[in-house]
Each structure stands twice: as C-alpha cells, then as structure tokens.
Design a protein around this ligand. Structure first.
Ligand SMILES: Cc1ncc(COP(=O)(O)O)c(C=O)c1O
Length: 360
C-alpha cells in the first residue's frame, strides 16, 4: 500500500468539495512507501533510543557519570512535556531563546551543558563559549544542512515528529566523541509502541474508507503517546529500527518544502498574523491569543488539526520570559508534510483566511 493509494479516498475531491475522510494534521498513519534514506548520522556511529527524550536521557546520564555534567540549560521556548523526564538525569534551567528573536549568547558555567534546538527547523542559534559542551536537538528537521554539517559535541533527534514511525530517537556525535551505550527495549516502551503502531495501522484503514472507529484509534494514539513517557530509558522498537532506512525521507522533506511554499504564497498578505519562514510546519504567529484560538477552533471544525508548539502557560522550568509565554498563546502550526499536496494546502490557506476574516 503506497501513500498514493491512500490519496483517492482522502484527497480526491477538488477544492471547495473537501469532505468525507479528508483531514490535515494530527498523527501519522502507517505509510509503506519505500525509498533509501541517508540521515546525517547514517555514516557515523549513532545509537537509537525509544524516544528523543530517551536519547537525551541516555546522553545526560553518560555526561553526568563520566564527564562532570551538573546542569542542563534548555531554550526558554521548548517542549515543556520533555522537562520532567530530563530532570530524572540532571537539574534543568532555561536560557532565553524564542523562534521569533535572535538569542543572546548563553552564559554557561562550569558543569553546564547547553541544549541548542533547531526550533521549528530554524537555523538561528545562540552563541556559546568555545569550551561549553553543546547538544543539538534536530528533531524538527533531522535532514537539514545544519544537522549534516554540524560540529557540535553531540546531537539528538526525536524521529516520529517528521517520520511516520511509532517511536524512536537517535543520538550521534558530529565531533566524534564516545556515545552512550545502547539500551534494551523495555516492556513499557514495547507496550506504548504497540499502541501507537496500532493507531497508525487503523488510521491508514480509516483513511482508505474501511469501517474503522476513529475514536478508537485516537484513543490508542493518545494513550500510546502518554505511555512513551515512561520511567526507564528504552531502546527503539524493532519495527522502527528496521524501517527507518527504507523511508523516502529526502523526497518527503522536498515535498514538505513545496507545500510550505504554496502556503506561504497563499498566506503572504494574511491580516493580523504572519507566517514564520520555518521548515518544520507552516507556523503562524497571530497578533493576539483570541484570534489564534478562534482560528484554531474554526480549522478543527474544517477537519484541519493544527498543533500548538508549545504551550508554555504551565511551564515545567522556572524563569521563562513572560513574552515567550505570551508568544506561545499566539502561535499555531499547520501540518504541511508529505501526506498532502498543493491543492490540500490551497484549501488549508483558504480555511485560515476565512477564519481570520470571520473575526474581523
Ligand atoms: C524539539 C523536541 N525535542 C525533543 C522532543 C522529545 O522527543 P520525544 O517525544 O520523542 O521524547 C520533543 C518532543 O516531544 C521536541 O519537540
């Protein structure tokens, strides 16, 4: 079953006739297209973990136990759900970096290790002193030029943000340092991955028109996602390990860039919002939170399920700048990955425009 075979059911209608099971966003369905992926870590030593969190934790545990790491500094604009998990290994504090402004140099002291994130795939990054240990997080654009040409001490990526895999994280060292040992697959992780893979299979069937209960696969997806946040550090599932190298990941990245260009062109003069030029997703920054919330609701009503990356209103780390928290209330990311084509993007853009105009 190739992705193209899924398209007639979900994408066959012309613009103006979207309906049936057509949708944009939310979790990946199982995609069986084949290709030959080359990742920035393919040609050098790397270790796969159960999740991006597990990859970071494996690395932090190594640094804490053998390299004198005492504290992790993360960007102030970063996924808060990840923080409690990282804190199992090291204390965590924030430095100022949001996707809408140039960051100041990071003031790292002895024992500090700095997580530099490619937020939304943007390449803006803070300066760090030459002796500072840097871990780069390439979850939002693992195939970027930055990830390939990096000379950071370490790099990590969560795999399921950009690839249709139920689980997976990876750690490598662009500068050739020793890596943490591979972990075995834990039972808790295997169970979580089974739920997520089941949801992906059922969603594929649903999109193809089968008699599948949407609420049931949503329940499995949500419950599997929650269960991935387990106490132990796990290795990757056998499925994702075996599958990752046969994904047409480069082609998918090019498709996403084309889709993003369509959205950018269609939304260029959108009033009261601007589109960030970011490769991960079409990310809109609205003038005010009420407009963001109204557009989000209207899109959900049109079967377009955008993401909020990230809610910072109940942060897990202290000291977030109030303007970054406020930004998180005005931001909205529209999926534009390989699952969609230009007509889908044109339809999404027109739905956004209608929603903004309805609030005029
Ligand atoms: C930028 C970024 N890095 C790392 C992670 C952690 O990845 P995972 O969910 O695979 O643990 C996430 C999200 O959850 C993320 O958004």
């Amino acid at each position: 079953v190739t992705h193209a075979e899924v398209r007639p059911e979900t994408h066959g209608a012309t613009v103006g006739e979207r309906g049936g099971r057509w949708e944009v966003g939310s979790d990946f369905h199982l995609v069986l297209d084949a290709g030959q992926a080359r990742y920035p870590w393919s040609c050098r030593p790397h270790v796969y973990f159960g999740t991006g969190r597990d990859a970071l934790r494996g690395l932090l545990a190594l640094g804490r136990d053998t390299l004198g790491w005492r504290r992790l500094l993360i960007p102030s604009y970063y996924c808060q759900d990840v923080v409690p998990s990282l804190r199992r290994e090291l204390p965590v504090a924030a430095y100022e970096h949001a996707p809408t402004s140039a960051p100041a140099p990071v003031g790292a002291g002895a024992g500090d290790v700095v997580l530099v994130a490619s937020i939304f795939g943007l390449t803006v990054r803070p300066e760090t002193a030459p002796a500072t240990v840097v871990i780069e997080d390439h979850s939002h654009d693992p195939l970027s030029e930055w990830a390939s040409s990096s000379s950071a001490d370490f790099a990590v990526a969560s795999l399921r943000k950009t690839l249709p895999l139920p689980d997976g994280g990876v750690c490598w060292s662009p500068s050739g340092l020793p890596l943490p040992a591979e972990r075995s697959l834990t039972l808790a992780h295997a169970a979580a991955t089974l739920e997520r893979l089941s949801a992906m299979v059922l969603k594929l069937e649903y999109l193809r028109g089968a008699d599948v209960n949407k609420a049931e696969f949503r329940r499995l997806a949500v419950s599997g996602e929650a269960a991935l946040d387990h106490a132990g550090i796990s290795g990757i599932s056998g499925f994702s390990r075996a599958r990752i190298d046969s994904l047409p990941a480069l082609e998918w990245r090019a498709t996403k860039a084309r889709n993003l260009a369509v959205l950018s062109a269609e939304l260029r003069d959108l009033p009261r919002a601007r589109l960030l030029d970011a490769p991960f997703a079409a990310t809109l920054v609205f003038d005010e939170p009420g407009l963001r919330d109204a557009v989000r609701q209207a899109l959900i009503g049109a079967s377009i399920y955008p993401a909020v990356l990230w809610p910072l209103t109940s942060p897990s780390v202290a000291g977030l700048p109030p303007n970054h928290v406020e930004l998180s209330r005005r931001i909205l990311s529209l999926h534009c990955d390989f699952r969609y084509g230009p007509e889908d993007m044109a339809w999404v853009a027109s739905a956004v425009r209608r929603a903004v105009e309805a609030r005029a």
